[in-house]
Design a protein around this ligand. Structure first.
Ligand SMILES: Nc1ncnc2c1ncn2[C@@H]1O[C@H](COP(=O)(O)OP(=O)(O)O)[C@@H](O)[C@H]1O
Ligand SMILES: N[C@@H](CCC(=O)OP(=O)(O)O)C(=O)O
Length: 389
């Protein structure tokens, strides 16, 4: 059976999914918890549920999974703290609620994780941060460092400065952008429904759960409706998030956060919730994106040994193999690698800016720190970030 056949929309089907093994293999997860779930529909933070998710995340971490948490709930918790029954309409009031509630949110996560001797870090982001190249790279470096240190980043929208997002409640999109940023293998969206249905189950009890779909299937957009009374994004933002995540080869699961041991069971490959599949895996998606870059920001010339290491050995490019650097590229831009005759042999995302690349060209990687005063990576271009031509 072809990949596409096995992932056609199969509402009501009880066939065991063939793609759940993706979650068993996934090494880097972004878990997103929505407001309704976290605050038991606006009642205030559900501490018991939080303790249970934290326990599961700690268990996954012990199994070697790198985790990032995107949690909503600041506005809902702020409303509870201020005794507001209805979600305010005015943006400044929403922002004030978010600022108040965010305190409770991170305090609660910190307390729960600390019981398992796991550290947490608060990261507040806006969509704009992730569309600005420099801030994008900074956010990526910070999150990578936190993951390397085994610290769980607890991410929310920076609601004080974001206006449209707070109006629409779009942490689903934020979670997908984070999944793209850290190149996660899986995005797990925990919500108050068992997954995505062929129509909104709140309005139609005959709605049928979709166990496995292709994220880009256009029919899903018609089946997904908006959110509930807390003014959230609903299913439509989750489908859009899955489509975004799929661009970097990340699979998305929409599942009920109320299900017992939900994260562990997903990890075991149990057929729960809705799995929204990307067309390509992570590496293939990145390489296709790289290969599509006709405009490059600069180039490096390689000696014969480096050319052979790339071409035959499929190795990373180390600074020692570089004989010349041209252009004025920034860290994270796409550059070309050429051989001694000037023929292009590869394209890749460079770990150092042009100036730094010139200084470390021809040098052993162990010397990078002495020359630049810091080390980002031992390679100039990592092989996962390179496509051979
Ligand atoms: N096709 C669908 N399948 C499941 N839920 C849907 C669908 N269309 C709309 N919804 C609504 O989306 C809601 C979940 O989104 P939302 O309220 O934003 O939750 P969260 O706070 O978890 O992000 C559900 O409670 C449901 O009413
Ligand atoms: N930053 C807001 C996010 C709101 C939001 O996206 O909510 P949801 O649709 O429940 O994930 C908050 O913490 O309240």
């Amino acid at each position: 059976m072809s990949h596409a056949d096995s992932t056609s929309i199969n509402a009501g089907s009880t066939t065991v999914s063939s793609q759940r093994h993706r979650l068993q293999r996934a090494k880097r997860w972004v878990v997103k918890i929505g407001s309704a779930l976290l605050t038991d529909n606006g009642q205030g933070l559900d501490q018991a549920a939080m303790a249970a998710w934290v326990e599961q995340m700690v268990a996954l971490k012990a199994q070697g999974i790198e985790l990032i948490l995107v949690s909503s709930g600041a506005v809902a918790e702020g409303m509870v703290r201020m005794g507001l029954r209805a979600r305010p309409d005015s943006v400044p009031e929403l922002q004030a609620c978010a600022a108040i509630g965010q305190m409770g949110l991170v305090q609660a996560y910190e307390t729960h994780f600390r019981q398992h001797q796991v550290r947490t870090a608060q990261v507040l982001l806006t969509h704009d941060d992730l569309s600005d190249r420099k801030r994008y790279l900074n956010a990526r470096s910070t999150l990578r460092t936190l993951m390397n240190w085994g610290v769980i980043a607890v991410i929310n929208e920076n609601d004080t400065v974001a206006t449209d997002e707070i109006r629409f409640g779009d942490n689903d999109t934020l979670a997908a952008l984070v999944a793209n940023l850290v190149e996660a293998d899986a995005l797990i969206i925990l919500t108050d429904q068992d997954g995505m249905f062929d129509r909104d189950p709140r309005h139609d009890p005959t709605a049928v759960l979709l166990p496995e779909v292709q994220a880009t299937d256009a029919r899903l957009l018609k089946m997904a409706g908006g959110g509930g009374a807390l003014g959230r994004g609903g299913m439509i933002t989750k489908v859009r998030a899955a489509r975004l995540a799929a661009r970097s080869g990340c699979a998305t699961v929409i599942a009920s956060g109320r299900g017992e041991n939900i994260l562990q069971r997903l990890k075991q490959g149990d057929v729960l919730g809705t799995l929204l599949l990307p067309e390509q895996d992570r590496l293939a998606a990145r390489k296709q994106w790289l290969a599509g870059h006709l405009q490059v920001a600069g180039q490096v010339q390689l000696d014969a040994g480096a050319v052979a290491a790339l071409r035959q050995g499929h190795r990373s490019l180390l600074p020692v193999g570089v004989t010349a650097v041209s252009g004025n590229f920034q860290r994270g831009e796409v550059i070309a690698c050429v051989d001694e005759s000037g023929e292009q042999i590869a394209l890749g995302l460079v770990n150092y800016c042009a100036d730094e690349a010139r200084r470390i060209a021809g040098q052993a990687s162990e010397r990078i720190e002495a020359i630049l005063g810091y080390v980002d990576a031992p390679e100039l271009i990592h092989r996962d970030n390179m496509v051979l031509i």
